[in-house]
Design a protein around this ligand. Structure first.
Ligand SMILES: C[S@@+](CC[C@H](N)C(=O)[O-])C[C@H]1O[C@@H](n2cnc3c(N)ncnc32)[C@H](O)[C@@H]1O
Length: 261
């Protein structure tokens, strides 16, 4: 299995994807679930290009503090640039399995579309538990890729393409097990919400539309689908859009959980 490599060129693609209408909606949902308050300390695990960190700095205000941790130096460079000149922020390069932060130092923590890339999910959740203060809140968000429904006149090619895409992460259907995993490391009040990301537009503003070039780049040269088939799939998606027949849907899941007080 070869996972996505979070390098400079993927950072550029994510910069576009993360400004899309659907991802703006997702950030609003996640910020509401996190409920950051002025003066609080927030930890963003797998902060990527730093959109959440920048927005959370506004929510916690000058008395608060936000820390972003990520395993990719390329992503952290983009995130640090976004938060230039903000005095109450820190970024650390580090792995989710050994977070470079103190015990019980944070009021709230979030991790958005990161755990699905991590082999040992419970070890990562245990690190988040360690970083939160008693009574602290965690928000975790992941996609259940098994819920993808995507129109194609060649369903078998579509299925092969999605099988290749599944190899980009460790757990293609992580939300199915997250409730039990959160409880097993000690979290309580575990709550799950599913959110449909559905679109009839092949545009960079929709999650499905913006995914096409990301998938195209990742699956090129992989085992289930050849280059000709891949080009034919992309052409078909453009034709569906031209005929007003593009269709993509998936369910993304937000979990909130509390460290016992
Ligand atoms: C899909 S991006 C999500 C970025 C950000 N959370 C967001 O939603 O805007 C996944 C991020 O997780 C980071 N990541 C993946 N595995 C990691 C690990 N084991 N430790 C730390 N960061 C990791 C990647 O470098 C990447 O920036």
């Amino acid at each position: 299995m070869t996972q996505l490599v979070f390098d400079e060129s993927l950072a550029e693609q994510l910069e576009v994807l993360y400004r899309s209408r659907d991802i703006l909606r997702r950030r609003a949902l996640i910020r509401a679930a996190l409920g950051a308050q002025p003066g609080e300390r927030i930890l963003d695990i797998g902060c990527g290009p730093g959109f959440y960190v920048a927005e959370l700095l506004d929510e916690v205000g000058p008395e608060g503090f936000v820390v972003g941790v990520d395993g990719s130096a390329a992503m952290l460079a983009v995130a640090a640039h976004r938060c230039d000149e903000r005095p109450n922020v820190a970024f650390h390069e580090g792995d989710i399995l050994s977070l470079p932060v103190e015990d019980a130092g944070f009021d709230r923590a979030l991790s958005v579309q990161v755990l699905e890339y991590v082999q040992d999910v419970e070890a990562a959740l245990a690190e988040m538990y360690r970083a939160l203060r008693p009574g602290g809140r965690l928000v975790v968000w992941d996609v259940d890729w098994a819920t993808v429904s995507w129109r194609s006149s060649d369903p078998q090619r579509m299925a092969r393409l999605l099988r290749d895409w599944d190899a980009h992460l460790a757990h293609p259907a992580l939300p199915q097990t997250l409730t039990a995993q959160l409880r097993s490391v000690g979290f309580e009040d575990v709550h799950m919400d599913g959110h449909a990301f559905a679109t009839n537009q092949f545009s960079a503003d929709s999650y499905g539309g913006a995914l096409v070039p990301v998938i195209e780049r990742y699956v090129a040269g992989r085992k289930e689908i050849g280059d000709d088939e891949l080009s034919a799939w992309v052409a078909e998606q453009r034709e569906l859009e031209a005929r007003g027949e593009f269709y993509f849907a998936c369910i993304q899941f937000g979990f909130t959980a509390t460290k016992p007080g």
